[in-house]
Design a protein around this ligand. Sequence first.
Ligand SMILES: [Zn+2]
Length: 131
Amino acid sequence: MALTQTQRSKLERMLDQQYQALLEEVRDALEKSENQQYVELIDRAPADSADQASGDALADLNLAIIDRHVREIRDIDATKVRIVEGSFGTCIDCRGDIGFERLLAYPTAKRCFVCQRQHEKTYAHEGNPTL
Ligand SMILES: [Zn+2]
């Protein structure tokens, strides 16, 4: 069962809202880390971190948050591309329908539940399997 127009519109609205919220949070986090620190952290060579390690746990924390948000924003961007291409809601592995319920919980899902489980099993050593 492919998505109906109504279901797809609902998911698109959810994605837009998440996207805006993420942008807000990134902006916030950037302000808190005062941009300057952010730039310094990015430019900093990995080897000389000893001097600065004590300095900015907060900036590091913000950086981690920003990093995660930016990845989520990219996920949403990729999902919007799939909406335009017409492959949204289709599993990238088995080409089956991902299903509205799963997309409601996880609008950027690229795989159906079965393939996601398989994927996580395959790459379990790399990450944090969910469920
Ligand atoms: Zn699948």
